[in-house]
Design a protein around this ligand. Structure first.
Ligand code: KIV
Length: 275
């Protein structure tokens, strides 16, 4: 099934059932207009904590708060009618323990209408994932490069090369065994991503991973060329909207300075009844 022949909004169980089938399509969205654009084409839309860097100019995702996630989650929900919405649990909202994670996840879902939460971490987060799933909260895992751990990982580097591959294999297996309905594999070697995809029972969603994953995700501002502060190798630019916006803004500024804007068609006459 593809997003285009979908007759009802997929639930987490429908996504899990797509293991090994037509690849799952996921993009991020942080606002209503972008949610409206991606909705017809995606199986899942992620309100990612990448919004901290992409929209708010933060240096990492560590400063993202529950309030930011809820505000953007509510905006995205207004723009979706077909795709399933997943929302990121921000740094500091779930790591203390299972009860804290449940409170945060329940609040994110209740206040935004998201169908599922995503949280970062492998084997060490498995008990938390199992706790949430047992209490009615569908969880998407996220292993490999986990950006909230940038300071302990030593930067945004590839995870799982060589002997370190076992750590990522165990993380993905633990997340699946804990009951996650899908798992993001970020920035891991291609062969490792393909091997994990073949070995776990849940769909893998790749970003900087492998075309063999059960689905792919990108940050929408990256693939549209709207976020240009840096460009990871795994980003394919499908459009250059940033360059197009720059051209349009420069044209506007030039016309204002030359008194060519507004033109006669943009101003109002004195006669009542005319728009
Ligand atoms: O926050 C985010 O956008 C993400 C994706 C890149 C997977 O976690």
């Amino acid at each position: 099934m593809s997003a285009t022949d979908q007759t009802k909004r997929p639930a987490p169980a429908d996504i899990a059932a797509r293991k090994g089938g037509v690849p799952l399509v996921m993009l991020t969205a942080y606002t209503t207009p972008i949610a409206r654009l991606v909705d017809p084409h995606c199986d899942m839309v992620l309100v990612g904590d990448s919004l901290g860097m992409v929209l708010h100019g933060l240096p990492s995702t560590l400063g993202v708060t529950m309030e930011m996630m809820i505000l953007h989650g509510q905006a995205v929900a207004r723009g979706l009618s077909r795709a399933m919405m997943v929302i990121d649990m921000p740094f500091g909202s779930y790591e203390e323990g299972e009860a804290q994670a449940f409170r945060s996840a329940a609040r994110l879902m209740a206040e935004t209408g998201a169908a599922a939460v995503k949280l970062e971490g492998g084997a060490h987060m498995a008990p938390t994932i199992a706790f949430l799933v047992a209490r009615g909260i569908p969880v998407m895992g996220h292993v490999g490069l986990t950006p909230q751990a940038v300071n302990t990982l030593g930067g945004y580097r590839v995870q799982g090369r060589g002997a370190d591959g076992d750590r990522i294999r165990q993380d993905a297996a633990a997340v699946a065994a804990a009951g996650a309905f899908a798992v993001v594999l970020e920035k891991v070697p291609e062969a490792l991503a393909a091997e994990i995809t073949a070995s776990v029972s849940i769909p893998t969603i790749g970003i900087g991973a492998s075309a063999d994953c059960d689905g792919q995700v990108l940050v929408v501002d990256d693939m549209l060329g709207l976020f240009t502060a840096f460009r990871p190798k795994f980003v394919k630019r499908y459009a250059e909207l940033g360059a197009e916006a720059d051209r349009a803004i420069a044209a506007y500024a030039g016309e204002v300075r030359a008194r060519r804007f507004p033109g006669p068609e943009h101003v109002f006459g004195d006669e009542p009844g005319k728009a």
